[in-house]
Design a protein around this ligand. Sequence first.
Ligand code: ZN
Length: 191
Amino acid sequence: MHELVGVVVGPEFTRATVQEAVAEALAPFEERWDDDTEEHSGWWDYWAIGGRWTGVWRPDYEAQDDPRNIDRRPCPICGGTGHRPDIGNVNREEYIAWCGGCNGCQGKGHQVKCPTEWVPIEEDVLSVEQLLADASLRVPRRLVLPDAGVLSREDWDGDKSYDWNEHWAHLVRERLAPFRAAKIVSVDVHN
Ligand SMILES: [Zn+2]
């Protein structure tokens, strides 16, 4: 799954300069298999700043609707028409309601680029203060703090979902409070 992880870094970082600091903070948690102890450790095999969560802390923004994230080539599934006359024995109205007319481009004629190619969004490196000040902003499912401390929702209550949980949100905000002068990076972590 693609987990939203918040990595807390120093206040001096911006979206353009933070890559190395995040790599350093996450390095200890890479998935490993120890042959001697036969134990598995770590919780990621891939990560990207923003990634599928690009713009998560910018309420007016949808990465998938950003024209810069659209592939200009015609959708290869419908040839750029947004329609699929080839779907055969399927209820056409239901199909259009489900995917807009083409399951490759939602009927738009062009596909959204891969999240790895999406334009970077400055708010993916947000001041902790801002996150704390706006209760509507989504809290990560996992926090990596500057002292390498980690807080994970899955460890906390075994929940693998993204369902809103008031207690979890409160706990995350409480743990972030001492770092209000720092910044938090939204990281898409694959595990
Ligand atoms: Zn299409």
